[in-house]
Every structure is written in structure tokens, then in C-alpha cells.
Ligand binder design. Sequence first.
Ligand code: KPL
Length: 318
Amino acid sequence: MVKASLSPASERTLYILGAGAIGSLWAAYGYQAGADIRLILRDQNTLGHYRQHGGIRLISANQTWLCPIPADCPESISTPIQHLLITTKAQQTLDALRCIKSHIATQAVMVLLQNGLGIVEQIRREFPRATVLQGSTTEACYQQNRFEYVHAGRGHTFIGSTENDQRTVLLELAESLSFPPLQLSVSDNIDAVLWRKLAINCVINPLTVIHRCRNGELLNSSERRAQIQQIVNEILALSSVLGRSEWVANLYELVTEVATTTAANRSSMLQDVEAGRDTEIDAITGYVCQLAEQHNTPAPMNKQLLDDIKRLPKVTRC
Ligand code: KPL
């Protein structure tokens, strides 16, 4: 295993792959904090639209900032990427990384901050000498218009690694990615953090799609609260089989807390469905259903939600 090292903060360019809600949130606050940030956009065409727009517009607590964050498309990247924050959708991650593979330094440090599980292993296989750290956030942000995002609720963000000897790098990274008001902490048990986040996303994301509602509106009726409870029960049963019960103690209360603190947010899955984009359902509910099947644990509500969301019509875009 290669031990990761970071270049001095003053010389560090942070590339952000995935200019969706969370990537744009980090990019905008990073830009405001004076960090050397570069967004990687999908292609020349998107880059052209972005430049015409003048940057990322961030709306937070009735304040609006237009942040002209420097941006590239894969063809225009000119320096080797040493530090990469990956905020793409789970299902787009590998393709997006392959597009910029020739620009990624062999020993790059990558932080994967996205919903769902199952992707980090694939990245590590494809970039064996890179250091791939994992993160999880409950910051709430949604897209209002193209390149315009609303920071709709505060959450917690953790990064961590299953490799013990990465602690120094993690502490330094947590500090250098904490662009006020965003605050990163290092978790000593990132697997637990990611499993909890997966559980929260299994509840909030598909249910907000089924009911076409904001996160907080999931708590508005007893029918919805009963659905929350059923998903929670299925995840608790699976967690118990996997020996992970401790990781999801008080899951119902945790989900309620996140739905309350992000009440005004439209979940990322609802945003995807409304924009006709692919959702992360396979990496979220699909991941849980697969594990449940492998361990002969019933998860009928999750299975139903997986099927329902996958059946939703897609908008065909050219
Ligand atoms: O992670 C989220 C998402 O929308 O994907 C939450 C925390 C539920 C915020 O909306």
C-alpha cells in the first residue's frame, strides 16, 4: 500500500469531478474561501454554457453569490490531477473517471463523496496506486436552475479510510476541505458512517420520489411515518444479520432528524427523477436489496421501492 502524501496547501489545486449539487456546493464555498479549485465539467459544450452563465450561483439563507470558479472539460485539463474530490452520481463515477484518467497522477489522493455504496472498490481496482478516501455528507443542496444551487439545510460531513495509517492525511484533508460554513470531520469508523448514510438515503430518497415531496414533508402523515418505520425495520434486520446493529442504533430518530434539518430540500433522487436523469437507486436501495438477498433476509418494502423507482419513465435526451 502506498502511503498518501499531500502537497503543501498553498500549492494544491483541488479538482472537483461532478458539478451537481454537492460538487457545486463545495466548489462555491471553496472559491469564496480563496482555495485553488477547478471544476471538471462533462464536455466542451457544457463548459461553454457554464462560461456564458458566469459561474456557479449559490443561494444560501437569502444571500446569492455568483462564483466564477475556474473550470475545465476533460480535453482542457493541463496539469496532472493530484487532489480530486469526486461528487458524481454513483452510476456515473467510473465513466467520468475514465474520461480524465490520463490526467490523474498515479499517486493521486481522491475523496469520494457520494450517495450509495459499491463504487470505491471499483475505483481502487482501476487506480491501484491512488489513495481513495471515502466521505459522507448530509448537507442539503438542490439545483434551482442550470448552474444555480440552493444550500437548503446544514448537515454533517465525515471522511475516513479503512487504512489506519492514513490519519495524518485525513486530518489535513478534513481541514483543507472545510470551507466555511462546511465543516469536515475525520471518522474513525467510516464504514459505520457510510452504512448509516446509506440507511438514511434508503428511506428519504425513494419515499420523496414516491410522494413527490420535500424531505420534511415525509413526516407530515402517519401513513408516511409508517412507511419510514417499515424501511427502517428492514434495514435494522439486515444490519443485525451483518453484525452492524450498533451502527444504526436509533435509526428511526436519525432519519427523522435528517428529514427535519433538511426539511426544505428536495432529495437528490427527487431532483434526478424530475430532471429525467438516472437515479442512484441501484447504489442505494439496490445495494441493500442485494445484500438482503445474499443473507436471506426479507426486505419487501425496499424491493418494492427499487422496482417502483426503476420503472419510472426516463426522459430521453440527446
Ligand atoms: O443525501 C441526501 C440526498 O438528498 O441525497 C439527503 C441527506 C437525504 C438530503 O436531501
